[in-house]
Structures are given as C-alpha cells and as structure tokens.
Design a binder for this molecule. Structure first.
Ligand SMILES: Cc1ncc(COP(=O)(O)O)c(C=O)c1O
Length: 399
C-alpha cells in the first residue's frame, strides 16, 4: 500500500484478516478502533508539514486525502479481494464512475456487459458522451459481440457478475484472458458477491469496484464505495479522488470496517436462505420463472459453481400473471421491506423495472432479462421458515 501499510495483521485466512486488520492503537490503549472524526491532522513542525506535502514521509494531513478509518477499511478490503491497493469512495456510484473516469480521456471507448446496474448505464449513455467517451455493450453469451466490440480506441472493459438484477454470470477467466490479449483494463463490479464469495482479481481482473452500501455494511445504514486493484491504476484513481473529493466519511468507513468482521458468517446465511427460497419458488405452481446462480436450472450454473463459493443473497422471479400480478404480490407482502436497497440483514423486495432500472427503455430492459413482472428479493438473515411463509401468503393473497 502506497501511503500507510498497517502491516499488523496479515493472516492466511479471510475470516481472521476481516477481524484483525486494524489501525495501530493510540496512546489510549483502546481495544476496538476508535472513530477519527477529524477533518485535518497536526504537523509536528514546519519541516514535517513540508515533507508530508512533498510526499517524502507518510502521514495523514487532511481527511479528503486519508484518515485512519478509511485506511483501515481499504487495507482490509484490499486484503480480502487479494489486490494491491485501493481507494475509498462516498458511494458505490462514485467508485464505479471514478474507476473508469480516472483512466480514460476524450476519444476513448469502453466495452461493457449489457446487463448492468441502471446508474452505471446512465454514466455510459448520458454522462460519458459529454466527454466524447463512447461505449459498446456486449451480451454475456455472445463471444462475437465482445470481439466485434473492441475498437482501436477501446481502453477498458467493465462488467458486473452476477449482474443486477438479471443474475447473469460472466466467465471471469475467459474475460480476463480476452482483456489481456488485447491490452484492455478489466473492471469488475463485485457488489453482489463480496470478496467472501468471489475474488475477480484472482481470475485476472485489474480493478474491483464495490458498493459498500450493500452486503459489506449489510445492515442498511450507510452509503459507501471502494475501488481495489493494481497499484499503478489505483495511483491514477487516487489522484483524481483526492483532487475532486468524493471522499468517504470516517464514520461510514468505521461502520463498514466493523461490519466486515462478520461478513463471512452473514454471507453464509444469506446464501443458505436464498438457496432454500429459490428451491421453494421453483416448485411453486404460481411462479413462472426463478433465477438463482446455485440453482441447477440457472443457464450458467456450472460457471457459477466454478467461480463463486456460494450463490449469494439475491433471488429473482416472475409471478404468473405478469406485471399486474407482480404489483399485487408486492402489495400483499406484510413485513418484507419494499425498498430499493439490497444486501441488508432484513429481506427486501424490489420491482426493478419501475425503480432501479426505470431509466432503461422497455426494450433495453427486456434485452437484459428484466421482464415487466420481475421481482428481486434480497434474502435477509431472518429464519427461512418465516421468509417462505411471508412469500406463501403474498402469493395466495395476490391470486
Ligand atoms: C451492482 C451495483 N453497483 C453499484 C451500485 C451503486 O452503489 P451505491 O448505491 O452505493 O452508489 C449498486 C446499487 O444498487 C449496485 O447494485
């Protein structure tokens, strides 16, 4: 790590690093990392100030640049993702945007998977064109589209796997070889999996982006993001982030770093509940279609098993009866939270076509597998019997 290597706890095992990577203790001898709510840091003297600004010595100077809480979070995430370095961001979208913006210039082109989050789609279609940065979408299953999508000015490839909400899976080994052969930078949004389930850098990705808002926090409290990856690329991203200021607050970094201590056990339970729910839905006569990476009926089941440790916490399905029935089903839910977020300890239900992916046209949605009646469930940590009972009663009530 360029700036502050904590170096105090690098273990073989994911779970131990998640708990033990921690900012060095202060003179107060605290056990748990304190919250460093300070906008700036003191210099010892004029020479120290000069040397820090000149980057001749390491040290905090201003929380837009670094802070012990954000450094702890990044050290931990970089170790979990098996990457060299990282930059914290105020939101997942700030991370997505800056991971690309910091590495392209006017005239460059980006190749991306068609099935991506709605706001990422807005960056490609409405924001990057203002800077003369073009894009092409390719379908996961269509190798020719990827090959034809590369232009002489293509700089990077951006993918989501599994995608939100279609749960399409891209072969990380294949795409990283594809990028390496063409000298393209590969960026993977790993938000649905978290590093406990999937580590794209181990398959060859150059950068991994996260919305910390989702499973990393896991309790629906904060908005946060991070980019992890190759040191040389992170240096560029850090430069842009420091100068333009999409900084993560120490408070939010502290919350997420604490949450990461329990990430492994939470992802185990999310995935266990989600698989049971998907198996239940698949047998239900009122359900037209269910998608879950670890259901054998998922079109990329074998691939999912190869690159993901577990199936994750998201299940999508379509209730028989189309959009109208889907809306009735959502209204019949008694205690699932109707909300746009996912990755919470509470089970949440979302209708992507009218919310998270409303900015796409109907055709664009259908092209990425978002049927009008598609429902996305982020399966929480409640008892699976209660989760199934809630779905059962909503299916009955919406008939
Ligand atoms: C796959 C994916 N990437 C990025 C984001 C953006 O994250 P944030 O809401 O923290 O900006 C989201 C949010 O839903 C997402 O689902």
């Amino acid at each position: 790590m360029d700036l502050f290597h904590l170096g105090n706890a690098m273990f073989e095992n994911f779970e131990t690093n998640a708990v033990r990577i921690q900012t060095p203790k202060t003179a107060q001898n605290e056990h748990s990392t304190p919250l460093f709510m300070t906008s700036s840091f003191l210099f010892d003297d004029a020479e120290h100030a000069r040397a820090i600004f000149a980057e001749e010595v390491q040290g905090n100077m201003y929380s837009r640049f670094s802070n012990p809480n954000t450094t702890e979070l990044i050290e931990k995430l970089a170790e979990m993702e098996k990457t060299e370095d990282g930059v914290p961001f105020a939101s997942g979208m700030a991370a997505v945007f800056n991971s690309m913006f910091a590495l392209v210039k006017s005239g460059d082109h980006i190749l991306a998977s068609r099935s991506i989050f709605g706001s990422t789609h807005s960056i490609f279609t409405q924001i990057f064109p203002r800077f003369n940065i073009g894009h092409t979408y390719a379908d996961i299953g269509n190798q020719k589209e990827w090959e034809d999508g590369v232009n002489p000015n293509t700089k990077l490839v951006f993918i989501e796997t599994p995608s939100n909400p279609a749960l399409d899976i891209i072969d990380l080994n294949w795409i990283s070889n594809f990028c390496k052969e063409r000298k393209l930078i590969l960026i993977v949004d790993n938000c649905f999996c978290t590093p406990y389930i999937q580590r794209p850098a181990e398959w060859g990705a150059d950068l991994v982006v996260h919305s910390g808002t989702k499973f990393l926090d896991g309790q629906g409290r904060v908005i946060a993001g991070a980019v992890l990856g190759r040191k040389d690329l992170i240096k560029e991203i850090r430069f842009i982030a420091r100068a333009t200021g999409p900084s993560l607050s120490p408070m939010n970094a502290w919350i997420i770093s604490k949450s990461l201590e329990t990430l492994s056990i939470r992802m185990e339970r999310h995935s266990q509940n989600a698989l049971k729910l998907a198996e239940y839905l698949e047998k239900h006569p009122q359900i037209e279609l269910v998608k879950y990476p670890f259901l054998p009926s998922h079109p990329q089941y074998t691939l999912a098993k190869k690159q993901m440790k577990l199936g994750g916490g998201i299940v999508t399905f379509v209730v028989k009866g189309g959009l109208k029935r889907g809306a009735k089903f959502l209204d019949a839910l008694k205690w699932f939270s109707l909300t746009a977020n996912l990755g919470d300890s509470r089970t949440t239900a979302t209708h992507p076509a009218s919310t998270t992916h409303a900015k796409l046209t109907e055709d664009e949605r259908l092209a990425v597998g978002i049927k009008p009646g598609l429902i996305r469930i982020s399966v929480g940590l409640e008892h699976i019997d209660d989760i199934i009972t809630e779905i059962e009663q909503a299916l009955e009530a919406s008939k």
